[in-house]
Design a protein around this ligand. Structure first.
Ligand code: NAI
Length: 446
């Protein structure tokens, strides 16, 4: 589960050898720690409209050192391109060339963030062309950045301003170490909803969160991260994982619920435990998942059906119970763990990819149902994450899978957990029905 190569090329002699041989040079990523400094150098805000002025003002409120024009050779922690006023493709030239001229000053682990509006079929063709252009720019620029720097984009929905609470919450997520392994991705902010963000280091204080599959791996990391952010955590896993589950629950000072999520009454059991033991339920993270890989030509019913049962059918049934429950109506949050396999496909995983693509479909159509209660539902799609599961992949295959992304390394379970914690937080109230890849920008497929 340790990436020895990344450690090696970040030591003096290792770095020289890797450079000489033209080998990948993954950087040690800048990851979040409570109390982190959001920016170690000035932040450059580019864009001519009033949106750019507002964003610059908001960053000043965060005590950042803000520039509206690049100074020669100045180091920059981030470049923010506010492109919400584009009307035609030619409008892209000035801000993008200014950004390009400033890129060499970007510090290791720096950030580029675009703020723009999505192209819609109802837009005039010229407007839609300009807006869609940002997609190509962002995804290409993310592939050009080095030294652990990332580029991500915010898409503002109809009537949503560049400094609405969730636009700012998303901007802060992309700027911070919480998004270390998110690269080349967009998040859409669909409403102005949400409280003005306040407690950036304890955004989940007072919330009660359920995490399924919490006994180990990514689920245990999610439990730890939600606890760190202030939530009370209910750790759920199968009875056979009881000891490991109890250990995680104790570590996060939460409670353990031994439960197979495929049980018919799993949703009711979760709600009952939450209400009886903690008096409320705010956040449900559907993380439990299994793989039973086989080429479709060799697939049997047991493999196919078990994957569907755990990875999607159980989530649907639990969600039905949650939607019907009076105790899950105060800005409820559901976050599902999907996979890049469900987006790009993966050989030997038709069953698993079906279940994970199904999660994406479920999230999109559940969003309007939860919106009635001021709630949101989103998915996180991890790429290659350093876990016990991926440690078992044969060396050569593992090295290929791990390096073929813009950051040239695998992510950590905590990287997935950070994205989930963001979706669970108040500032993400205007973000729903989204699928965020935490994959370092896989170069193949997704
Ligand atoms: P893992 O196998 O280490 O942990 C999964 C946990 O879920 C286990 O503790 C297991 O006991 C529990 N679980 C399984 N079936 C259950 C059931 N019926 N009821 C309750 N709990 C159950 O897996 P890992 O790697 O931590 O993955 C977590 C999630 O992330 C899964 O949904 C997986 O598909 C997804 N994922 C993982 C990636 C990776 O690189 N490890 C990549 C993409 C997605």
């Amino acid at each position: 589960m340790t990436d020895t190569y990344t450690q090696l090329v970040n030591s003096g002699p290792g770095r020289t050898i890797a450079r000489r041989l033209g080998l990948p040079q993954p950087a040690v990523l800048r990851r979040y720690r409570p109390g982190e400094k959001l920016a170690s150098a000035p932040v450059l805000v580019l864009g001519g409209g009033s949106g750019a002025d507002s964003v610059a003002g908001a960053l000043l409120d965060w005590d950042l050192d803000v520039r509206r024009h690049a100074a020669p050779k100045e180091k920059l922690a981030a470049i923010i391109l506010v492109l919400d006023g584009l009307t035609r493709p030619e409008d892209l030239s000035a801000p993008l060339l200014a950004a390009g001229a400033a890129l060499r000053g970007l510090v290791p682990g720096g950030r580029v963030v675009t703020i723009s509006r999505p192209a819609a079929a109802s837009d005039a063709p010229e407007l839609a062309a300009a807006r869609q252009g940002v997609d190509g720019i962002l995804r290409s620029l993310a592939k050009e950045l080095r030294a652990g720097a990332t580029a991500n984009g915010i898409l503002l929905g109809d009537g949503v301003g560049a400094v609405s609470p969730s636009a700012l919450g998303t901007l802060r997520f992309f700027l911070s170490g919480r998004s270390a392994f998110v690269d080349g991705q967009f998040l859409a902010v669909s409403s102005d909803a949400g409280p003005a963000p306040q407690h950036w280091d304890a955004p989940l204080a007072g919330k009660v969160a359920v995490v399924t599959g919490a006994a180990r791996g990514i689920g245990a990391a999610i439990a730890r991260t939600l606890h760190r952010d202030g939530a009370t955590v209910i750790a759920v896993d199968v009875p056979a994982a009881g000891d490991a589950l109890a250990a995680v629950a104790n570590e996060v000072r939460g409670t353990a619920l031994q439960l197979d999520i495929t049980r018919e009454d799993a949703g009711e059991r979760i709600i009952e435990h939450a209400v009886q033991r903690h008096g409320r339920l705010d956040i449900v993270v559907h993380n439990a998942g299994i793989t039973r890989d086989k080429l479709l030509a060799n697939m049997d019913a047991a493999r196919w059906d078990s994957v569907i049962a755990v990875n999607i059918a159980a989530q649907l049934r639990i969600n039905d119970a949650l939607l019907a429950a009076d105790s899950f109506r105060e800005s409820p949050r559901i976050i599902s763990v999907a996979s890049t396999s469900g987006i790009a496909g993966n050989r030997g995983q038709t069953n698993y990819a079906a279940s994970k693509a199904a999660v994406v479909g479920m999230v999109r159509s559940t969003a309007p149902l939860l919106a009635a209660h001021g709630g949101t539902v989103n998915a996180v799609a991890p790429g290659f994450i350093e876990t016990e599961m991926t440690a078992k992949i044969p060396f050569a295959t593992r090295e290929v899978a791990r390096r073929l992304n813009s950051l040239q390394q695998g992510g950590r379970p905590s990287d997935v957990a950070e994205a989930i914690a963001f979706f669970a937080s108040g500032p993400a109230a205007g973000v729903t029905g989204q699928v965020l890849r935490v994959c370092g920008q896989n170069l193949v497929g997704a």
